[in-house]
Design a protein. Structure first.
Length: 214
């Protein structure tokens, strides 16, 4: 059996450095040499994003570096997706993410989305200024297990409660785990509105989100 450890390590390193063009070449080379698509995803790409996430939590890298690494991950995943499908490798599950009603900020949301995708979870982005009814309609479909609500302003964080209340009133609250985050959000606020989880940063959000699927 061929050992692809060197190739996986190279893919992980390229991801950490945000080398989008080079990582596509490296992923394709590993595929051509016979590496399993699932192993490339797990031992190369996801391993690299885990390292980036750990450095982010320890303040060793910052938002720009994480975004660059995540873009490299997305480029590599585009190359890998058809082969993953052929091999029957599916995401571990689906999550929904949005910035709540009245809030137009998306950098934090996008960062969390990319980090969660780095954990092997498919993420559907409902965008910014997300109306609670839009969220309810999407949860009703029933294929998502986690909902992530972002708010950057003290004036919009109460819309996280509105979203939770809308899910309850529609009778779909028990279908999903609801995670909240954003600059003004705290654990006590999350407890107060009945969220299932609060995380202070994108890396922690990805870890907690993944734990809901394990």
């Amino acid at each position: 059996m061929v050992d692809f450890t060197v190739q996986f390590n190279e893919i992980s390193e390229l991801l950490q450095r945000g080398k989008a063009k080079d990582i596509v070449v490296s992923v394709q080379k590993a595929l051509d040499e016979g590496a399993a698509p699932g192993d490339i995803l797990e031992k190369g790409l996801m391993a690299g994003m885990n390292i980036v996430g750990g450095k982010f939590k320890r303040n060793e890298v910052f938002v720009p570096e994480v975004l660059i690494a995540a873009r490299a991950m997305n480029k590599a995943t585009e190359t890998l997706k058809p082969r993953l499908a052929e091999a029957g490798v599916n995401p571990v599950g689906k999550a929904l993410i949005c910035t709540v009603k009245g809030d137009l900020h998306d950098i934090g949301k996008n960062l969390v989305k990319m980090m969660i995708e780095g954990k092997g979870i498919e993420v559907e982005d409902l965008g910014v200024d997300c109306d609670p009814q839009k969220l309810v309609d999407r949860v009703r479909i029933g294929d998502a297990k986690v909902v992530c609500l972002s708010a950057l302003l003290t004036t919009t964080m109460t819309a996280q409660k509105d979203a939770l209340d809308a899910l309850k009133e529609a009778g779909v609250r028990d279908q999903v785990k609801v995670m909240v985050g954003g600059a003004p959000v705290t654990q006590s606020f999350a407890d107060e509105i009945g969220a299932d989880a609060y995380t202070p940063d994108a890396a922690s959000a990805a870890e907690v989100c993944r734990a809901f699927y394990d």
